[in-house]
Design a protein around this ligand. Structure first.
Ligand code: UDP
Length: 246
């Protein structure tokens, strides 16, 4: 069942259910010849807000096989709208869970995105923490043309492609190229390669448990303030939707 938060339709799944679904989606043997590769999006309030302004992004998000609630703001939004979601499925934690499953089965991942050198660093870290994992390839996110990148990914033919180009670039990339990519599954994951590589620190456990990851990121990178202003706008729009819906 889908849960509508300001016209973005979220899948109401627990982390465990989302991982099970992702593994099933990744199975290429079940896919019809020539069918587009499925992809997963992980919108936070900022992305939901962007969808209202950018119809191309809204279309790309709605075409995803799974839409998971990355930010705690989405969970609050769904609650305010009286259609609560079971839990927050943070994109980074979801990807970590999926990579652990891939490692256990000797499957492969391709890391796409971030500044030059970052994906390689992330790959090294992943290999040390997940020895069974196969790194099918890496590519930075500052390429000019899609074509050579698609070719590189298709030669590697990974089970999973992590697309870490930031929003809306990653969602548009996945939608546009899904039919041409020989991959099991793709996930749009923002700045996750920066975190995986150790280039950017994730909020400590205590901050995350207190649902203050957004505040930690703001304090670390005050330049995010402009982007963060979309959070109160998102909440106001949710409150307005609640009043209008009554
Ligand atoms: N990025 C990229 N190509 C671009 C623009 C951005 O690979 O053309 C990368 C950027 O280097 C960063 C990520 O996309 O690693 C976006 O990170 P951000 O923290 O903005 O995303 P969030 O996690 O907040 O969605």
């Amino acid at each position: 069942m889908k849960t509508d938060v300001l016209d973005v339709k979220f899948d109401g799944l627990t982390m465990h259910e989302a991982l099970e679904r992702a593994e099933a989606l990744m199975d290429r043997s079940e896919r019809e010849e020539g069918a587009p590769a499925p992809y997963i999006v992980t919108p936070n309030p900022e992305i939901v807000w962007l969808c209202r302004k950018n119809p191309d992004l809204a279309r790309a998000v709605s075409a995803a096989a799974l839409t998971l609630p990355d930010g705690i703001g989405i969970i609050y939004g769904a609650k305010i709208l009286k259609t609560p979601l079971p839990e927050r499925v943070a994109g980074f934690d979801f990807a970590m869970g999926l990579l652990a499953r891939l490692a256990a089965r000797g499957k492969s991942v391709f890391l796409l995105g971030a500044k030059p050198g970052v994906a390689e660093m992330a790959a090294e870290k992943l290999l040390s923490t997940h020895p069974g994992l196969v790194i099918a390839g890496t590519q930075d996110g500052y390429f000019q043309e899609d074509e050579p990148v698609l070719e590189k990914i298709n030669v590697a033919a990974p089970d999973l492609l992590l697309v870490c180009l930031g929003a809306p670039k990653q969602e548009l990339f996945m939608e546009k190229n899904a039919a041409r990519l020989n991959v099991g599954l793709m996930i749009g994951l923002g700045g996750s390669l920066d975190v995986l590589s150790g280039t950017v620190q994730r909020a400590p456990e205590g901050w995350r448990r207190a649902n203050l990851e957004w505040l930690y990121r703001l304090l670390k990178q005050p330049s995010r303030i402009g982007r963060m202003m979309r959070l109160p706008l998102f909440l106001l729009a949710v409150l307005w939707r609640r009043i209008v819906k009554k």
